[in-house]
Design a protein around this ligand. Structure first.
Ligand code: TAP
Length: 482
């Protein structure tokens, strides 16, 4: 590939793209690991301080701008993102490996999220509450937090940043955004669309670099009033502690080890398709990936055969190729981690029925989709988030046992059941410990207007998306007028 000027990105601070004084780093294509997709900056803490200062200086005027006018800017950003959909989707595919149709779908979703929050600009932001004093008017007024730090992972490099930045902005906050390094070039293009839409200087700032310097610095910065993070549990916990220690508001979306239950009353073909799509799309690199498949004994063998027949047909390859259904792992470290989990599964006694191989004739970080049989609840592949194309099949006798097995995890993000029995559906809905619950539907993904988040170790208490976003990105002032 020829590197174009557009693919060389730096930081965006106080309304300007900076000229690069700091070290730059290449972002590589996981399908062709010697191919450079673009460059980004490894910034230091002085640059971060500059970005936070710009956001802090801009916050008063931005808060004072009429909320519908803030929304209008997001409408323009949505149109710009849509106009560049093919270019942005291609950058995403080449930078982190997901197939081009998935990348295009995600970019389109980014535009839809922007429009949803643009609409929030016109919606009510407080309530009138009856006062016992007949001469008083009592109401709540939503006020922004101030400067919000946005820290994101690489697996949804458009949708996750947008579903944090858009509500932060429309509710009147200014933002310092630090993307994951593996998807920094795609993220820069999202920032370009927002900047071009007409955000005043300093309202959105973009700083790339390592998590331990920029991410950590952002979460510890005394002038950052709120932090929204998606990523691993280990990093999330540190961010939560840093924010709590200095009284900043924080929101953490972390891992998952999501179960899908298939009962004897299920439509097996529907269940097979949902397990494949939920567990293996995006190469299984989704926090909602359905990596544990809990199946009732009576249909275990039939379900397994149907599943294997389809998994064996999955075409793995460069996400830019039309016939690829699944791309490579996003990076070498991700590839090493996935293959070591597969080895661990074999060592601990699970039976690898198919996949788990690299593709010798391909140079990229490919792992074919793996299905393990006879997985026991205490095995590593049943307990830890793999973030790769690995399905663990577990056999149970009853639906009650299935729900117990499903809940036997420290995570609680998403869960689904396939059944045509209303009683089973009701017990599942009541007893399952997960924030996103699906019946006869793939558990990965949630519509953008609905709350998103989990229980237990998967999330902090708040939710993202929809109405819930307002709760996080604003504080309530209770006002009484006499
Ligand atoms: P992480 O390693 O946690 O990285 C996420 C972000 O945090 C990156 O921008 C990273 O920077 C930064 N970071 C790293 N160390 C930091 C520190 N000490 N302080 C502050 N920030 C720091 O996760 P990942 O590998 O990108 O993504 C995979 C994980 O994300 C999986 O565990 C997955 O479950 C989770 N995930 C969860 C969800 C939801 S919604 N629950 C969605 C997607 C992914 P670098 O670029 O330098 O690494």
């Amino acid at each position: 590939m020829t590197i174009t000027v557009e693919q060389m990105y730096s930081n965006y601070i106080n309304g300007a793209w900076k000229t690069n004084a700091e070290e730059t780093k290449a972002s590589m294509n996981p399908a062709h690991p010697r191919e450079v997709v673009g460059y980004y900056t490894m910034s230091g803490t002085r640059t971060l301080d500059e970005a936070v200062e710009a956001a802090a200086s801009a916050k008063r005027n931005w808060r004072k701008m009429a909320q519908p006018a803030r929304g209008d800017i997001l409408y323009k950003a949505a149109a710009l993102l849509e106009k560049r959909i093919e270019e942005i989707a291609e950058t995403m595919t080449r930078e982190m490996g997901k197939t081009y149709p998935e990348a295009k779908g995600e970019t389109m979703r980014g535009a839809q999220i922007l429009r949803y929050y643009a609409g929030e600009g016109m919606r009510q932001s407080g309530d009138v509450i009856p006062s016992t004093d007949k001469d008083a008017l009592m109401f709540t007024n939503r006020t922004p937090l101030g400067v919000v730090g946005v820290i994101t992972p690489w697996n949804f490099p458009v949708a996750i940043p947008v579903w944090k930045i858009a509500p932060a902005l429309v509710y009147g906050n200014t933002v310092v955004f630090k993307p994951a390094q593996e998807s920094a070039v795609t993220a820069a293009k999202v920032v370009e669309c927002l900047a071009e839409a007409g955000l005043p200087d300093g309202v959105l700032n973009f700083v790339t670099g390592s998590g331990s310097v920029i991410g950590r610095g952002l979460s510890e910065h005394p002038d950052v009033n709120g932090i929204t993070f998606t990523g691993s549990e280990q990093v999330g916990r540190g961010i939560g502690q840093a924010a709590l220690g200095r009284g900043a508001k924080y929101q953490l979306e972390m891992g998952g080890k999501n179960p899908v239950i298939v009962t004897e009353d299920a439509d097996l073909d529907t269940a097979v398709d949902a397990v494949i799509s939920g567990g293996l799309k995006s190469t299984g690199q989704k926090c909602t990936a359905t990596s544990r498949v809990i199946i009732q004994n009576g249909i275990y063998d039939t379900f397994k055969e149907k599943l294997l027949a389809k998994v064996r047909e999955i075409k793995v390859g460069d996400g830019m190729k039309e016939d690829s259904w699944m791309g490579p792992c996003a990076s070498e470290s991700q590839f090493n981690s996935v293959t070591s989990y597969i080895e661990k599964g074999k060592e601990e006694g699970a039976d690898l029925l198919c996949g788990g191989e690299t593709i010798p004739e391909e140079e990229g970080y490919y792992v074919t989709p793996a299905v393990f049989d006879n997985v026991e609840p205490e095995m590593t592949i049943a307990r830890e988030e793999i973030f790769g194309p690995v399905l663990a099949l577990m056999k149970v006798e009853t639906v009650e046992e299935a729900i117990e097995t499903a809940n036997d995890t420290e995570y609680g993000l998403s869960a689904s059941i396939f059944t045509t029995n209303i009683q089973e559906f009701l017990s599942f809905m009541d007893d399952i410990e997960a924030g996103l619950v699906r019946i006869n539907a793939e558990s990965a993904g949630v519509e953008l207007q609905a709350p998103f988040g989990g229980m237990k170790h998967s999330s902090s208490h708040s939710r993202e998306q929809g109405e819930a976003a307002k709760e996080f990105f604003t504080s309530i002032k209770t006002v009484l007028v006499k």
